[in-house]
Design a protein around this ligand. Structure first.
Ligand code: ZN
Length: 375
């Protein structure tokens, strides 16, 4: 910096290094090393929110907007891991692991608590550009890591939501209510965090055979969202044998409600990420179309013959949809991982009114009307 300053026009004043450093410290929260030095994380959860809200207030003041002193701030948070990152495997990388795990938050809105007026709103809340890291850790996503990450952040998040916070900015005192949605987690993370082992439903305590029972499906409340993190935690503590192990008995599903291991989170698991809703929704409808085209009127795909018939139908359907809509769905994933190439963006188009009629044409004529009702 000092070197660069020596070239500057003498009329351009750049503050000295120490001043800039001190000022930048007021804008950024402090980071601390994660265990075994595998990453960094922000210890002071409250400070992150405070700095964010101050920046929003500053921006509102610049637009001559009067900011009331009682405010409500909303954000969402979550975490995910990525394995086998090719860029970390290159020869000269300082990374010792090709895994990365991050806990993030995204500011959503700032509202006047008394009038409900929205002062600032995030216009693209699902853009990755808004993701602010709270922890970046070069470790594999595991039950242990999820447990530790939640242990570091969740108590503070719960406390802030319950008690809010007060802070001063430009000698004015502000009172802040805080709402944090724990919505940015995929199904794999949620399944691990609930301790349900993937067999049970994350939202209620019904059993899988009930999900196909049309009498129960027709009852309005039968599948109500009734499973909460609090109930799961209580259930877990009732089932322990003293060594942190769940005691299993024969035919005790009703008591266990599907719980197989320690729950790792104190927040409810009631969301599915929008992107995943689009991807999985698209895959679900595609599977129905493949099966209808192959005249296989069951959901399972057991045996070579059945699998081959579905595979042939899939090729035909995928090509037809590509020809009529330009969507290249359900190809093999180019990263070489198992899974699908279908993206959230493609899913949005799949369910758009513009393309739906073209997609319905891939269904055999006799079933087109029923399919139309379903989609
Ligand atoms: Zn359920």
């Amino acid at each position: 910096m000092d070197f660069l300053k020596s070239f500057c026009n003498p009329y351009i004043k750049i503050p000295n290094r120490e001043y800039i450093r001190t000022h930048s410290k007021t804008l950024l929260p402090l980071t601390a090393p994660w265990r075994n030095n595998t990453g960094v994380f922000i210890q002071d959860r409250e400070l992150v929110i405070q700095l964010t809200v101050k920046r929003i207030i500053e921006m509102l003041h610049q637009q001559n907007i009067v900011v009331p002193t009682k405010l409500e701030y909303r954000e969402k948070t979550g975490h995910d891991g990525a394995r086998n990152m090719a860029m970390y495997k290159s020869v000269n990388t300082p990374m010792e692991s090709a895994n990365i795990f991050s806990k993030m938050c995204v500011p959503l809105s700032l509202t006047d608590s008394s009038s409900g007026e929205v002062l600032w709103k995030n216009e693209s809340p699902n853009s990755s550009h808004w993701c602010r890291p709270l922890a970046l850790i070069a470790e594999k996503e595991s039950a242990e890591l999820l447990y530790l990450v939640n242990k570091v952040f969740e108590p503070a998040e719960k406390y802030l939501q319950k008690n809010g916070m007060e802070f001063e900015y430009n000698s004015i005192k502000y009172e802040l209510n805080i709402a944090i949605e724990s919505s940015m987690k995929d199904l794999k993370v949620r399944t691990l965090e609930t301790g349900l082992g993937g067999a049970g439903c994350l939202l209620c305590a019904t059993k899988s055979h009930e999900w196909k029972d049309s009498n129960k499906i027709n009852k309005i409340d039968y599948f109500a969202i009734s499973r909460t993190a609090e109930k799961t935690m209580k259930l877990y503590s009732r089932m322990l044998n003293g060594d942190d192990e769940i005691v299993r008995k024969k035919n005790d599903y009703d008591n266990r409600q599907g719980l197989t291991s320690k729950p790792l989170s104190i927040s409810d698991q009631h969301y599915i990420i929008i992107t995943h809703q689009y991807i999985n929704g698209t895959q679900w409808f595609l599977k129905i179309i493949y099966h209808l085209r192959a005249h296989i009127l069951s959901w399972s795909e057991r045996g070579e013959t059945v699998k081959n018939r579905v595979k042939k139908a899939r090729e035909i359907v995928v090509n037809e949809i590509q020809a009529s809509t330009d969507l290249s769905l359900d190809q093999c994933d180019s990263s070489g991982n198992s899974g699908t190439s279908t993206t959230g963006g493609q899913g949005r188009k799949f369910f758009s009114y513009e393309l739906r009629n073209s997609i319905i044409k891939a269904v055999p004529k006799a079933q087109q009307n029923n399919f139309k009702r379903l989609i």
